[in-house]
Write a protein that binds this ligand. Sequence first.
Ligand code: SIN
Length: 432
Amino acid sequence: MKMANMDDYFDVVIVGTGAAGLYCALNLPARYRILLLTKQKADESDSFLAQGGICMQHGEADYRPFFDDTMRAGHYENNPATVDLMIRSSNSIIRDLVRRGVRFARDDHGALRFTREGAHSRPRILFHEDITGHEITQTLLNEVLRCENIELREHTTLLDFFADASACGGVIAAGPDGEPRAIGAGAVVLACGGIGGLYKNSTNFPHITGDAIAMALRHGVACEHLDYIQIHPTTLYSHRKGRRFLISESVRGEGALLLDKNGDRFTNELQPRDVVSAAIRAQMEKDGTDHVWEDMRPIGEAAIREHFPNILERCEEEGYDPIHEPIPVVPAQHYFMGGITADLSSRTALPRLYACGETCCNGVHGRNRLASNSLLESLVFAQRAADDILYGEPPVFTGDKPDLAPYREQEPLFAAYRQEVLTAIERSKNHE
Ligand code: SIN
């Protein structure tokens, strides 16, 4: 291996500190030197924002309904093998999260409580208030910070990855000083989220702009379904700039209703997300409004305060009182089902380059993700990547340190990346 001339070397470099990146790091052996990179602060990933919950197969009898719900929501374009693996792995993943200290809601007897969301035929979603993503991801991050073999670099931007004819050899990244550096790695894991930052109205952090997709496209690493973009039906309507605030689907799962300008229901609130979003858009057009209303009052004040305290607080900050009146909601971009093609072990088309979480497309979500499958998918396939890095038979990178000169001007580089992703989405829409 010609790693001696690199600026740095790690056994594994993981890009992204969401659930997938952190869990992959924690599933690798302590003897590995691991580098975790993140563009902003470690807790500024979309996993931290996930509200509703995480799915779990709720007893053996739930296997078939869970499988069918996932496939139906995905318009049967899902990969049945990845769906099967995700569902079969869910119990051991949840057990592991609880062992690591994640606190899910429980009843008075200590049994796990399950909530429901759209397109789920039965309750199978574990939750922690309305901040399940924060609870899970912060627990994983705390553990990572205690691991001496894992180095975390914040404000460090992935500029590219590099490869020779046989394998990926590492990444080019710039820290706060803006200086590009070549970091050699035995394996690289891309777990850097979706594309929400490319949209004016998105629930995602604005810095998450699909750069890794553009890099994969430039290197000829296969990507797929780049036009499979999920619009969440309900975000709080607001004149504030920036990220759209989610009104979790579990709010509707617990009984909230959608109302038109006259206060009448116009759709079944628990259909798949794409169907509810389309119904809201059609209603807005018919009514000539720029939002519809969501009425949380059927949930009841006590349950709102207990299960949805953060949503309540945010609505109050914006001048709404969900306990006594409907709140205005509007659909916004939320999730990317397409991405870098990955197999059951999260391997991409380039040996020693892995992709998991929203960055990848392993087919588990089909055309439209079932609510609360994203955290589960991220964790299952991050663990699979870790297993493959550990047990796989790697081809070895024997190339030289890449030329860093093209990476000195980063603004035009990222402008080009953004444009390339948008163009690829359009091409994908047109089936080119
Ligand atoms: C939500 O709480 O509605 C979002 C969770 C998810 O995207 O599955």
